[in-house]
Design a protein around this ligand. Structure first.
Ligand SMILES: C[S@@+](CC[C@H](N)C(=O)[O-])C[C@H]1O[C@@H](n2cnc3c(N)ncnc32)[C@H](O)[C@@H]1O
Ligand SMILES: [Mg+2]
Length: 313
């Protein structure tokens, strides 16, 4: 049922937002928390990697900068190529319809909205953290959301603004050069906070999750996608994508900065975000298309709900 309805949604998303052909999509929905194995080894890894900075209270504590200067410099160097679909962002363009399909169906479930209408995200305030040139912000705006896009690289924001301004359906996107923590300090809140392919580039993933959680309104949703720290991901996302196929500049990704799904679930849980849905992205080299899958061994995406802790009376 979930599979069939997500296929239908996929077709609709693709036609309305991207206007092209239709890859096969599976949108698995977690039925219970037991489907998200959280190994005690993950706790060990988190403590080793992120030390005592993993918050115990679940509240966004002292907010420092998530910026890693070397990462910011890498993205600044290729900023002009955001909308070149054969350039370094080719994989993000290729994955985009699949990830928008996941976001559309999961946000509609979360906010009890009709996924079949033309503007299913109407009425939702969404922030795209680390928006780059706006590859995700634009389809979200076309689906009816009120979109804010932020990025640490000024050049990215200039390009995103320029591109969004070319189409009346995206010209309302509010772009600014900022980090998540800076918006937390301004007490901004959004119904949905989305950070796709960003967490593997920040200085401290635990603090980054705390900032995303602080930006998420009560009963809101947080969506994160990243790359698994697995041997398959090393082979696919680094050896194949950077060295063999040359989709990405060499050195784009550091394997040690990837997170396993269990680690991401734990980091979000400690930021009071409970992961409800997760899916993998898989690439079919014969068709050149991406699809959603149960296989989270390389690229994956998760949606979590912000938990509200009631104070004891
Ligand atoms: C791989 S790109 C992903 C872009 C976009 N989210 C997408 O998936 O289409 C990562 C983006 O995150 C931005 N970035 C990296 N570290 C950041 C930080 N600490 N705060 C905000 N943006 C950051 C980079 O400038 C870059 O545009
Ligand atoms: Mg990346």
């Amino acid at each position: 049922m979930a599979y069939r309805s997500s296929q239908h949604l996929w077709r609709q998303t693709y036609r309305t937002v991207f206007r092209s052909t239709n890859p096969n999509v599976l949108c698995p929905r977690l039925k219970s928390k037991s489907q998200l194995p959280i190994y005690s080894a993950s706790t060990f890894v988190l403590q080793r990697f992120y030390g005592s900075k993993v918050g115990e209270s679940g509240a966004a504590t002292s907010v420092s900068s998530s910026l890693k200067q070397a990462e910011v410099a890498k993205f600044a160097a290729i900023a002009e190529t955001w909308w070149d679909i054969e350039g370094p962002f080719k994989p993000l363009h290729a994955m985009n319809p699949t990830r928008v399909s996941f976001i559309r169906s999961t946000l509609c479930r979360h906010f009890r909205k009709d996924p079949n209408c033309a503007r299913p995200l109407e009425g939702l305030k969404i922030i795209d953290v680390g928006c780059g040139g706006g590859i995700l912000s634009e389809p979200l705006a076309r689906l009816g959301a009120t979109v804010t896009g932020i990025d640490a690289v000024e050049k990215n924001i200039r390009i995103a603004r320029l591109h969004a301004g070319l189409d009346p359906s995206t010209s309302s996107i509010e772009y600014s050069c900022a980090t998540a923590e800076q918006l937390v300090e301004l007490n901004r809140e959004f119904d949905a906070v989305i950070a796709l392919e960003v967490i593997e580039h920040v200085a401290n993933p635990s603090e980054f999750c705390q900032s995303l959680a602080a930006l998420t309104a009560a009963n809101g949703a947080t969506v994160i996608s990243t790359i698994n720290r697995s041997m398959r991901a090393y082979a696919a996302a680094i050896v194949a994508a950077e060295y063999i196929l040359r989709w990405l500049p060499r050195g784009t990704h550091q394997w040690s900065s990837f997170l396993t799904p269990e680690e991401l679930v734990l980091l979000l849980q400690r930021a009071s975000i409970s992961v409800q849905e997760m899916a993998g992205f898989v690439y079919n080299p014969l068709t050149g298309k991406w699809a959603l899958s149960d296989d989270v061994s390389v690229n994956f995406i998760a949606l979590g709900a912000k938990q509200i802790h009631r104070k004891a009376l």
